[in-house]
Design a protein around this ligand. Sequence first.
Ligand SMILES: C[S@@+](CC[C@H](N)C(=O)[O-])C[C@H]1O[C@@H](n2cnc3c(N)ncnc32)[C@H](O)[C@@H]1O
Length: 280
Amino acid sequence: MTLTTDLIAQLTATLVPVAGAGAGAEAARIVEAAKTARPDAFAELAASWAQRRAEGVPLGQILGRQRFLGVDLVVGNNVLAPREETEILGREALAFLRERDSKHPGRELRIIDMGCGSGNLACALAVAMPRLKVWASDISTDCAESTRANVARLSLQDRVQVFAGDLFAPLADLGLAKSIDMVVMNPPYIPSISLEKGRAELLRHEPREAFDGGPYGISVLGRLVEESPPFLKEGGALLFEFGLAQERMIKAVVARKGYYTRSRMASDSQGQPRVMVLQQ
Ligand SMILES: C[S@@+](CC[C@H](N)C(=O)[O-])C[C@H]1O[C@@H](n2cnc3c(N)ncnc32)[C@H](O)[C@@H]1O
C-alpha cells in the first residue's frame, strides 16, 4: 500500500511536465496496469513506462489501451490514442442521438463514424445506444483493423461495420443515401506547416494522417462538410471536432458551403469552442 502510494507520488512528479493536472491520474493508471502486467516487478515496469510517457509518448500507446467515455479500448500500432478532449465530441453525439431517439422511439438510428481510428467513437456510441447501427471508416488500414479488433472485443459485430478508404468512397455503393441520422468525425486538423515545425513531436509516435489537415488545417474538414449531406436524413446532423482557435475559419467554410440550416458550437471546460454541430 505504502509502496504503491509512494510510487504514484514519485511518478506523478515525473509526469507533470507532459500531463499537467492529469499527472496523478496517469501515474495511478500506469501503476495499476504495471501491477496487472508484472505483479512481481511492477515498480520497475511502471517507472520505465513513466519515463516513456515523460518523453512524450501518449499513454494509450504505452499501455496499448485507453478508456473513452467509459469504454475500454485496445490501441493498435500506427493508430491515434483517443484523446480526452474528444469526449466532448462523443458526448455531443450521444446527446443528439438520445434526443432523436426520444422523438422517434423504437426507430433504428444509423450513423457514420468517419476517420474511426481505434474505433473509440463508433464503439462508445454503439455501447451506449443498443439499437444504433454504425458504418465506421478510415483511410488507414491499420485504423480499420484496430477498430475491427475493438468491435469484436465488445461483441458489436452485428451493429458496427468497418471499412477502409478515402472519406465516403468505401460507403458510396452501400445504398446509404439519405438514410443516416448522424455523421461524426474527429478529423485531422493541424496545418501541415505546424507538423513540420512547432508540433513535429506529434509524428514521432503517431501517424501523420491522424493530424495533417493540409495547408490551413481544414482540407479534410472542408470535404467532410461538402460530402456529408447526400447521406443525411431530414433533420440529420454532422458533428466534428476542430482545433483551438479555428472557429472563425470553420464558420466561414460552413457558410460558404451553405448546406445546413442550423449550426452551433460546443466548448471545452475553458470555454474554448471545439465541436461543430450542423443540422440539415
Ligand atoms: C484525429 S484522428 C481521429 C481518430 C479517432 N476517431 C479518434 O477520435 O481518436 C483522424 C483520423 O482520420 C483518419 N483520416 C484522415 N484522413 C482521412 C480521409 N481522407 N478519409 C478517411 N479517414 C481519414 C486518420 O487516419 C485518423 O484515424
